[in-house]
Design a protein around this ligand. Structure first.
Ligand code: NI
Length: 154
């Protein structure tokens, strides 16, 4: 459980830019502060992989307000390279958050963006996407990670 972002200052703006840069370098569409060792409720998202500067989203203290529909798609996470699994998520998600300046906003996302809203908010609550998989699938993934660890590949 990450702590709320309280200070919206220049160092927060720098941190967000660093997070976008790391996310683009890893070809991700989202990155949450706990993934880089910071226990604060902050995430960045860009489902265009940096192609559209206006698609950059900073989510500080996000809250999911409304969900609708179902989508089942493969999902991965920068914290678990090479691991993917099919996760059930809502098709439409309305989120409320603060931007990098502390201003509150609401935004509706669908498809990949709806998925990213859920995935990143989960990170702030200490939840990885594999939590949403079946226990069998999760065990298989854990076994694979143990094997990779033994081989020094993780
Ligand atoms: Ni993730």
């Amino acid at each position: 459980q990450a702590k709320p972002v309280e200070k919206f200052d220049e160092s927060l703006a720098h941190l967000c830019e660093d997070m976008f840069a790391s996310m683009y370098a890893a070809n991700g569409v989202g990155l949450a502060a706990p993934q880089i060792g910071l226990g604060i409720r902050l995430a960045v998202i860009d489902v265009t992989f940096g192609k559209n500067p206006e698609a950059k989203i900073v989510l500080a203290n996000p809250e999911i307000m409304h969900i609708e529909g179902d989508q089942r798609e493969e999902e991965g996470c920068l914290s678990m390279p090479g691991i993917r699994g099919t996760v059930l998520r809502p098709s439409y998600v309305t989120i409320r958050a603060q931007d990098v300046t502390g201003k509150s906003f609401e935004m509706k996302g669908e498809g990949l963006l709806a998925r990213a809203f859920c995935h990143e908010t989960d990170h702030l609550n200490g939840i990885l996407f594999i939590r949403h998989l079946s226990s069998l699938k999760r065990e298989l993934i854990k076994r694979r990670i143990r094997k990779m660890r033994k081989a020094g590949d993780w």
